[in-house]
Design a protein around this ligand. Structure first.
Ligand code: NAI
Ligand code: 15L
Length: 264
């Protein structure tokens, strides 16, 4: 078992889930966020900071064995907050990892790095990025940064292109992108514990019937999703149908392709 695992973005939706579920895999969880993290349990250390603050990020990373990096802006937004949280934030994280010798990071990337592909296309890890938003661009920056820090410094990263990880799918698109919390947890465990992951890109989706993503190039992780969106199909089918040309029905990133532009 590792000594200390850092989870950034621990006050967020997935952070709250993984705070509970990753506890068995480390003696100590260090939890970080810009927002309040509540009260520390006996196995927890809390560290509130802004990812854009390099000195604070260095302190946050001190004494850590591995990181699950969830922190940052998680939807489309104006460029400045995305620049600070997701671009400067990821750079600060990797620089701290380099200086402190942290050797494994699991990066919460997003399907929005490939969101401008049509839903008729099947993608694997080698598909060129086609971001659908400034948010998607920032996740692409994170993936490229992690690639560089592996090639140059040997810091291993699993980039998880998370689909839609919520208690249940909200619409027809999410029937393809849904990632259950159980499958997410197991994917995080595999990403943290598999030896020699190098630099891996994996799509984070459950075993959904109408998936667009092929994870054969991440087979070495040994991750086999067990859930699927099928139990929710009747509920989603009961929703009023969207028009065939609604971006939700056309693009892998759904309506993210239409957001913005925003003022800086
Ligand atoms: P969330 O928005 O609920 O959580 C993100 C957390 O990051 C928040 O608690 C926020 O306070 C924190 N944060 C934002 N800016 C920060 C900054 N400058 N410094 C420190 N902390 C900051 O998002 P969620 O759904 O929990 O997602 C977690 C990660 O997974 C995000 O990176 C998101 O982009 C990614 N992701 C999530 C998906 C999902 O379906 N939930 C899908 C694809 C990617
Ligand atoms: C994401 O990247 C977002 O963080 C999440 O809120 C959802 O919008 C998800 O993608 C999705 O595509 O459903």
């Amino acid at each position: 078992m590792m000594n200390r695992l850092l989870i950034t973005g621990a006050a967020g939706g997935l952070g709250k889930v993984l705070r509970q579920r990753l506890a068995p895999f480390a003696k100590t969880l260090r939890l970080s966020d810009l927002s309040s993290l509540g009260t520390a349990a006996p196995n927890e250390e809390l560290f509130q900071c802004d990812l854009s603050d390099a000195a604070a990020v260095h302190e946050m990373m001190t004494g850590v064995d591995a990181v699950v990096h969830l922190g940052g802006i998680s939807v489309e937004a104006a460029f400045k907050p995305i620049l600070d949280a997701n671009i400067v934030g990821v750079f600060n994280l990797y620089e701290a990892a380099r200086k402190l010798g942290v050797k494994r990071i699991v990066f919460a990337s997003s399907n929005h790095v490939i969101g401008f592909y049509k839903q008729t296309e099947k993608l694997d890890a080698d598909a060129p990025m086609r971001p659908d938003s400034l948010y998607g661009i920032s996740k692409g920056f994170g993936e490229l940064t992690s690639r560089f820090y592996f090639d140059r410094y040997g810091i291993e990263t699993v980039c998880v292109r998370i689909g839609s990880s919520f208690p249940e799918p909200a619409d027809l698109r999410m029937m393809s992108t849904y990632l259950s919390y159980d499958d997410l947890t197991e994917l995080m465990r595999c990403s943290l514990q598999t030896p020699n992951v190098g630099h891996t890109i994996v799509y984070g989706a459950s075993n959904n019937r109408d998936s667009w993503w092929d994870n054969s190039k991440a087979a070495h992780l040994g991750w086999q999703p067990k859930d699927s969106s099928e139990p929710f199909r009747a509920k989603i089918d009961a929703q009023p149908p969207a028009a065939a040309d609604d971006p939700m029905m056309v693009y892998q990133g759904g309506r993210f392709v239409t957001h913005g532009p925003f003022d800086v």
